[in-house]
Design a protein around this ligand. Structure first.
Ligand SMILES: *[C@@H]1O[C@H](CO)[C@@H](O)[C@H](O)[C@H]1NC(C)=O
Ligand SMILES: *[C@@H]1O[C@H](CO)[C@@H](O)[C@H](O)[C@H]1NC(C)=O
Ligand SMILES: *[C@@H]1O[C@H](CO)[C@@H](O)[C@H](O)[C@H]1NC(C)=O
Ligand SMILES: *[C@@H]1O[C@H](CO)[C@@H](O)[C@H](O)[C@H]1NC(C)=O
Ligand SMILES: *[C@@H]1O[C@H](CO)[C@@H](O)[C@H](O)[C@H]1NC(C)=O
Ligand SMILES: *[C@@H]1O[C@H](CO)[C@@H](O)[C@H](O)[C@H]1NC(C)=O
Ligand SMILES: *[C@@H]1O[C@H](CO)[C@@H](O)[C@H](O)[C@H]1NC(C)=O
Length: 338
């Protein structure tokens, strides 16, 4: 879950901005992935999680720049689809409460307060999106459908070319992915790196040492019947079918507010658990020791016992006493008589 800006920063500085306009295998840009079509914030969150990613955590200026470069690349790729407007706002990680203007990320930390967030809806809890055109953050109704940006959870560099089943990339064999050029006698690696360096190239088909570069075009092209998998740039993912809208996890569960009621509930829980613990402990101790029996019947039995013993001893002692008294009386009688 740890994400550190430093490695990205280092890579950015080492490669330099110029080189970044061309994509390379394991480019830092490849840690981000734009997803289409539009979805609600919660659905977006689930789709990212399904890929072992999170919604992009943008928390520094350097990350904004990196995201801008990713969106620029994606825009170039889909230029001929006239789909640029979709990129104007992409869901990212974070919420905002209108009642106190507090921002919150999933780790329950607030966003850099220097980021100016434009409020775009009336609800109390709003979700954040980034507008690539005006470089601003917006807080909007979480149910609104938008494109979204996922980000890798680790600092490992991702492969920029990914291999996907054709049915998870396009909904129809007739689609806007057309041939850009064909080059004979190239290895797979040469074919891939050629595509990465060309901003128009979206995917490759490498068949018997011949390399075919594919790009998006505003016309119908089709894949051959034999094509089951496609090697494509992982900068964006188009979902022919999006997962059904996720049940929104209540915001209290993301980052519970510490209100007086919550504190009281916690105290009651602790007290309950302590009582339960006490009972359990006492039962356990009883199985190990013979505890004093507090019942009245037992006390009564004891009292009777003591009484009986006392009476027996008493009778013996009394009879003895009587003998002594009699003896004294007899003595006295005798002395009186004599
Ligand atoms: C996500 O990570 C888990 C555990 O590391 C792994 O089993 C799973 O295949 C990964 N899923 C994807 C889509 O990469
Ligand atoms: C993004 O910003 C541009 C320029 O300010 C604006 O025209 C557009 O409506 C904004 N889009 C969204 C989705 O906020
Ligand atoms: C929240 O921010 C808006 C705009 O910056 C401001 O008008 C409003 O008073 C703020 N609300 C609170 C509760 O601080
Ligand atoms: C937010 O979106 C939901 C679902 O589309 C809708 O019911 C609600 O009225 C919207 N809120 C605002 C303030 O537009
Ligand atoms: C996606 O959402 C944006 C802004 O919310 C909108 O301009 C665009 O038309 C939507 N695209 C689709 C395919 O619904
Ligand atoms: C492919 O390259 C090899 C050597 O690199 C060469 O011998 C062969 O003729 C080439 N084939 C074509 C079709 O260009
Ligand atoms: C009390 O016990 C329940 C169930 O054993 C547990 O889920 C809960 O977290 C406990 N509460 C506290 C405050 O320890």
């Amino acid at each position: 879950m740890m994400y550190d800006v430093v490695p990205v920063l280092l890579i950015l500085c080492t490669i330099g901005r110029k080189a970044l306009s061309n994509l390379q295998e394991s480019d830092p840009k490849c840690r981000y992935r734009v997803h289409f079509p539009n979805a609600s914030w919660h659905t977006a969150y689930d789709v990212c999680a399904g890929e072992n990613k999170t919604l992009a955590k943008i928390s520094s200026q350097i990350e904004i720049q990196l995201v801008d470069l990713v969106l620029l690349d994606v825009e170039k790729l889909i230029e001929d689809l006239e789909a640029k407007t979709y990129l104007q706002g992409v869901w990212i990680e974070g919420f905002r409460r209108s009642s106190n203007n507090e921002t919150m990320q999933q780790n329950c930390r607030s966003l850099d307060p220097t980021f100016n967030i434009v409020t775009a809806a009336e609800d109390d809890i709003l979700c954040l999106y980034y507008n690539y055109t005006d470089k601003k953050f917006y807080a909007d109704n979480c149910s609104t459908d938008r494109a979204f940006l996922c980000e890798s959870m680790t600092t490992d560099l991702e492969n920029c070319m990914m291999n996907n089943g054709i049915t998870s990339v396009v909904s129809d064999r007739k689609n806007g992915i057309c041939e850009l050029r064909s080059t004979p006698n190239l290895t797979l690696e040469e074919c891939k790196s050629g595509c990465l360096k060309d901003s128009r190239c979206y995917a490759i088909e490498h068949l018997s040492s011949s390399c075919k570069d594919l790009m998006y075009m505003y016309k119908q092209c089709s894949f051959g019947r034999h094509t089951l998998f496609i090697n494509h740039k992982g900068l964006f993912i188009y979902h022919p079918t999006l997962p059904s809208p996720a049940d929104a996890k209540p915001f209290k569960e993301w980052c519970p507010e510490i209100t007086q009621e919550i504190i009281q509930e916690k105290i009651e829980n602790i007290q309950k658990n302590l009582t339960v613990n006490k009972k359990e402990t006492n039962q356990y101790i009883r199985t190990l020791t013979s505890a004093p029996d507090e019942r009245q019947s037992a006390k009564n039995i004891g009292i009777v016992g003591v009484t009986v013993i006392s009476v027996v001893f008493g009778v013996i002692m009394l009879s003895d006493c009587i003998n002594v008294v009699r003896g004294i009386q007899n003595k006295c009688k005798r002395s009186e008589d004599s």
